[in-house]
Design a binder for this molecule. Structure first.
Ligand code: BES
Ligand code: ZN
Ligand code: ZN
Length: 473
């Protein structure tokens, strides 16, 4: 995908997208562009409306933005046009950018157009979206040269599309090995180092808790380590993403919602997408990311409820419920990251609990941290780009929920209350009192319904949030 600034519409034929801020329903001044006059009676820029005029071999689409528009809404409007009216883009395209459009809004607009190329029908014969054909050029008319901003918008969407694929593809395709190979190839392409530990190496170094979860699966667990370390690095950030490629619940087998559990690697998907984007944007920060990837399966070799297992940290864990597996692989991911890399800030992302969905629904992720500054920075970054977070408590009053009589900790309280909080307390136990750690429970926001398909699908929540957070440091 390329970009090209053009000065005017002389000799242009094709589709012209004209975003318009809202004027007034009763305005007597029509919206004028390219010799077309749109009376305010039929169109005055109201949000989520559009108006089409065919003239001079051009399809003019006036797109209403409302009086003010946030990042996410602008992205959705342009994703909608790109996704639902592909046929308009089989010819030349030019976007006419109004002067009032801020740089981030231009970024969101182009991100939306590129996201609109996504098609959930991975295993169906479908036509390729025109933007994905070779050498597609996004032409634009603007007062200034916006090539860099537009190209950033495209890069953000390209990383999010990768995460869409990783999360939406089925678990017989996206295995732990698939995630490891994706990381290796993407690292080569964008410039970060990738090391993968298979079962043998993981056993040798003592990733016991991680290995316990994967031991009932025919698919080998993969512990993926990614290191992006540019010469001009300012700070060191550590990331961990839950990479359960399918969660059956294990022997505590799920009785509801199992069919959606291919999404249980969405934390990994977010971390992998964010690594691509951070490297693609060449952000001047050192980032070390860990993705413990395995499948939680049912087998004679599966771990058992009441097993006591060891962990990389040396702490022992009593297994109360094999369905509380995410925290077990994250425990080793966090310990390994903190012990071997000492990042200044550590953030983990995980589809960790049904409880967070019960608490916050599908609109925002649960945020857990003891660091107020980190909390504010994450929430601010999220609200800039429309990925919301809401902080939930981590008080020690909840610590009793994970006290075990036989081992150092247990993986589940056994009580149907405050599940997202006790899960976070469990993770906290393995962060060795790191002063700047945050846990994002993304179970409600990573995979959901939208206008873009009939079944639940990936949202790529976290890819842009993490990148934006690092950019804002
Ligand atoms: N993967 C699930 C959490 C989940 C729920 C993700 C809904 C996406 C959507 C997790 O491993 C799990 O099973 N959690 C249990 C824990 C319980 C057994 C302690 C839960 O929250 O019900
Ligand atoms: Zn589970
Ligand atoms: Zn899970």
């Amino acid at each position: 995908m390329k970009t090209k600034q053009i000065q005017n519409l002389d000799n242009f034929t094709g589709t012209i997208l004209i975003p318009v801020f809202e004027t007034n329903a009763k305005s007597i001044i029509p919206i004028e562009y390219h010799g077309i006059s749109v009376p305010s009676k039929v169109f005055y820029g109201k949000k989520d409306t559009h108006y089409v005029v065919e003239k001079y071999d051009c399809t003019h689409i006036f797109i209403g933005l409302g009086k003010e528009i946030d990042y996410k809404s602008i992205k959705t409007i342009f994703r909608r046009i790109s996704s639902k009216q592909k046929e308009l883009f089989n010819k030349n395209l030019v976007v006419v950018l109004p002067n009032e459009l801020k740089n981030e809004q231009v970024e969101a607009l182009f991100s939306g157009l590129v996201l609109g190329t996504y098609n959930l029908g991975h295993y169906k014969k479908t036509e390729v979206h025109p933007f994905l054909t070779n050498d597609f050029v996004f032409q634009y008319i603007a007062k200034e040269n916006l090539a860099e901003i537009i190209s950033k918008g495209i890069k953000i969407a390209q990383a999010q599309l990768e995460t869409f694929n990783l999360v939406d593809l089925p678990p017989n395709k996206v295995t732990p090995k698939y995630l490891a190979d994706w990381a290796t190839e993407t690292g080569k392409k964008y410039g970060f180092n990738v090391t993968v530990f298979g079962k043998e190496k993981a056993t040798e170094i003592g990733l016991h808790s991680f290995l316990s979860v994967g031991q009932g699966s025919a698919r080998e667990p993969q512990f993926i380590i990614m290191e992006y370390n540019p010469a001009n690095a300012k700070k060191h950030i550590g990331l961990v993403g839950k990479g359960i490629t399918f969660d059956t619940g294990g022997l505590n087998i799920k009785t509801a919602g199992m069919v959606q559990m291919k999404c249980d690697m969405a934390g990994a998907g977010a971390v992998l997408g964010a690594m691509q984007l951070i490297a693609d944007l060449q952000l001047p920060y050192r980032v070390t990311a860990i993705v413990p990837a395995c499948e939680n399966s049912v087998d004679a070799t599966s771990f058992l409820p009441s097993d006591v297992i060891n962990s990389y940290s040396g702490h022992t864990i009593e297994i109360i419920d094999t369905d509380a597996e995410g925290r077990l692989i994250l425990a080793d991911g966090l310990s390994y990251l903190i012990k071997n890399y000492q990042p200044e800030t550590v953030i983990d992302l995980a589809t960790l609990t049904g409880s967070v969905v019960g608490t916050l629904g599908y609109e925002c992720a649960g945020l857990f941290t003891n660091n107020d500054d980190l909390s504010k920075k994450l929430q601010n970054s999220g609200s800039q780009i429309g990925e919301k977070l809401w902080q939930l408590p981590l008080w020690d009053d909840y610590k009793g929920d994970i006290d075990s009589e036989i081992a150092d900790v247990k993986n589940y309280s056994g009580k149907p209350v405050a599940g997202a909080i006790s899960a976070a307390k469990f993770l906290e136990f393995f962060t060795e009192k790191h002063p700047s750690w945050a846990h994002l429970d993304i179970a409600g926001v990573a995979f959901g319904d939208s206008e873009f398909s009939k079944t639940k699908h990936a949202t790529a929540y976290g890819v842009h949030l993490i990148t934006k957070f690092i950019e804002n440091l």
